[in-house]
Design a binder for this molecule. Structure first.
Ligand SMILES: NC(=O)c1ccc[n+]([C@@H]2O[C@H](COP(=O)([O-])OP(=O)(O)OC[C@H]3O[C@@H](n4cnc5c(N)ncnc54)[C@H](OP(=O)(O)O)[C@@H]3O)[C@@H](O)[C@H]2O)c1
Length: 221
């Protein structure tokens, strides 16, 4: 791995992954809303910012996402679902990454190995859902997982040495989990990043279109 593009590099996981890649000698280009004006909910912004990147990149890592809009929390039950909030979560966590993936494809090499990895979450797994709640977030990540799967199938035709995967990072101590960390054991972002980069560097094309956690174990869809 020589050149990586990290999208959402202002976030806890995105920043740590960019730093870990740099430590391993990879030349890293970082993009974020805060520093580069890349708003993934705005198709014009995605086209403009992604369009001025100079590929090819042998790793594109998408680390954007929200648990819920500011000032709200994830729903405890179906009765708490609100249309506008669900629409915003889907816009950031599913439609936004879909636009980023679309814009990323021309930046990946066609004939040499590459990885397109998108941060999902285990709670987006339908098969793994045993407790309900968090409807918007879960639905947004399930939708994202389907986009990853479909993209991987299509990339298998055009980018034969590429791998496209969804990843679960573990429960990581970032602003994202600040309100929930007390109840869950968390890992620091640098440890999560080491784990994720280890997984990324070990992926083979036969694993494309699948969902893996930070230890490399497969997560059910
Ligand atoms: N932390 C965990 O335990 C955990 C567990 C499972 C999955 N994940 C997933 O991992 C990913 C990263 O999480 P994190 O913990 O690093 O969260 P974080 O520290 O809150 O970072 C979130 C990132 O998303 C970006 N972002 C949000 N809305 C955006 C938008 N409209 N356009 C562009 N960028 C946007 C933020 O950009 P700006 O700050 O520049 O606005 C920031 O870079 C998310 O997809 C999350 O679902 C995290």
């Amino acid at each position: 791995m020589k050149h990586a593009l990290v999208i959402g590099a202002s976030g806890g996981i995105g920043r740590a992954v960019a730093e870990e890649l740099t430590r391993r000698g990879v030349a890293v280009t970082t993009l974020s809303r805060r520093d580069d004006g890349l708003d993934i909910t705005d198709p014009a912004s995605v086209a403009e910012v992604m369009g001025r990147q100079d590929g090819p990149f042998d790793l594109i890592f998408v680390a954007t996402g929200i648990l819920s809009p500011d000032g709200t929390g994830p729903e405890k039950s179906v009765s708490a679902i609100e249309a506008a909030i669900m629409a915003e979560v889907l816009a950031v966590n599913a439609i936004g990454p879909a636009l980023v993936v679309q814009a990323a494809l021309p930046l990946l090499p066609r004939d040499t190995p590459s990885v397109l990895a998108v941060m999902s979450a285990r709670v987006g797994s339908i098969g793994d859902n045993k407790i309900g709640g968090w409807h918007s977030y879960r639905a947004s990540k399930a939708a994202l997982n389907q986009i990853v799967r479909g993209t991987a199938i299509e990339m298998g035709r055009t980018h034969k040495k590429a791998v496209c995967v969804a990843l679960h990072p573990g429960t990581v101590a970032t602003p994202f989990t600040a309100d929930y960390a007390g109840r869950h054991k968390t890992v620091p972002p640098d440890e999560a990043a080491r784990n994720l980069v280890d997984v990324l560097t070990g992926l083979e094309p036969a694993q494309s279109g699948r969902f893996f956690d930070y230890s490399g174990a497969e997560v059910p869809w």
